[in-house]
Design a protein around this ligand. Sequence first.
Ligand SMILES: C[S@@+](CC[C@H](N)C(=O)[O-])C[C@H]1O[C@@H](n2cnc3c(N)ncnc32)[C@H](O)[C@@H]1O
Length: 218
Amino acid sequence: MDDTTSSRKKIGFPNKEEWKSNTAHYTDDSLYIAGHHVMGRWETDYMCRLAHIVCQNGGHILELGYGMGISSDFIQKNKKIITHTIIECHPEVAQECRKKYTHEISEGSIILCENFWEDIIYKLPNESYDGILFDTYPLTEEQIHKNHYWFFKDAYRLLKKGGVLTYYSDEKKGYSKEHMEKLKEAGFTHIGYHVCKVNPPQNMYWNDTSILAPEIIK
Ligand SMILES: C[S@@+](CC[C@H](N)C(=O)[O-])C[C@H]1O[C@@H](n2cnc3c(N)ncnc32)[C@H](O)[C@@H]1O
């Protein structure tokens, strides 16, 4: 068992209602929910890379998980995008998004869906997105390091042909065999990646000097 798994087992796994009812605690460099360190500012360059990948076709972007809004901010800076749909389940985190992007939400260029993606994704039409960035948080033990696996089939369904999927990969230098199999099972065949150098503080939820930025084209 790796350090992240054992520390998360100690904190425990909140159910959906508990997740939503716990305060979202923001500091200058981090977001904590229910005792879990959900996001850290050390990921900024990595989020910039994921945003760059997801915006490569411009158009309609779907993002799952708002967190500290770091990737959202990079997506918003891209002039080629038309809409940016954000799915975020935590009410206070969603409120942060509303506060920051009041104007964009009112004019309809940002569409904020306050929900768990699993409970809403079926409502989104097939082949409607040019890019998808997935960065939620594992709420069960079996999802640690692999919560994206459950999303791959929906990603394939939702992307237009030529659309791009990227996500917080939980991989250091390459895809594991299981990871590749899950992507292929979902229908993906053009499976690329970039290795990004990162410099997380000590004893972080990520303790390596590199992390993979997936670039997966439908
Ligand atoms: C790691 S943060 C996202 C970080 C974001 N990319 C950024 O740059 O700040 C994960 C977010 O996903 C949300 N989340 C967790 N599980 C989710 C789910 N099943 N559906 C939607 N949002 C979820 C959490 O509440 C949290 O705000």
